[in-house]
Ligand binder design. Sequence first.
Ligand code: HEM
Length: 231
Amino acid sequence: MTQGEVGQDAPALGRMPGALAWVTNRLGMEELVEDQYNRIVPIHATNYMYCFGGIAFILFLILVVTGILLVVYYQPTPDGAYQSVVNISTNVAFGWWVRSIHKWAATGMVILVFVHLLRVFFTSAYKRPRELNWISGVVLLIVTMAFGFTGYLLPWDQKAYWATRVGTDIAGSTPFIGHFLLVSLRGGENITGATLGRFFDLHVLVLPVVIVVFLGAHFWMIRRHGISGRL
Ligand code: HEM
């Protein structure tokens, strides 16, 4: 179909629901949207092995929604963090529920991303021309784990403290740049309010921006290449 004037009558758009067809027409984006909407999934890619990346993405969306709700009550300060988490779990309406969903979705996302990686690896889907998508996936894996690591400190309890202490000590044992990494992560030699502030910034600001950029690149490349063929 050729792209018409914005907002002018255009031929009906495929199997698209009316509201989406209306918005698409008013934005003059029929060609682009119809091409994406009417793609046919090859039969081999309807096998359940191909669903893990999509489920990981749905879990990510759940994490965004529950994370936004949590941050309404969470206080990223050494004096307030632990109490604010207790408050979320005991006083805030459905707070315990939202917190549990956030925690389980985070665990599920790490597992699903890894299973997705295994599917990609064992179907050789990382090979030419998908090398760059594999690399963007590696970044997504690192970012997913960084979300987990930074989020773990936020309740500011004993478990959080010791996990972060061990994790940053491991970073500190990196040859040559170890001490620089340790001090950068902790905001000093020890785990203090500065560490909590940095981890909170990473968790709710820096990592979300990075993951959105790389998810965009990942999905764009999947569309450019199409799903890999049957082995
Ligand atoms: C946040 C993490 C990730 C999300 C949400 C995600 C999402 C997706 C989705 C929805 C697909 C379509 C096919 C499928 O689901 O199997 C896909 C394909 C792909 N992903 Fe990921 N992915 C992630 C992480 C990774 C990782 C860690 C790697 C590898 C290091 C990777 C490499 C690839 C490659 C190479 C493809 C193309 C596969 C093909 O054409 O068969 N992805 N990804």
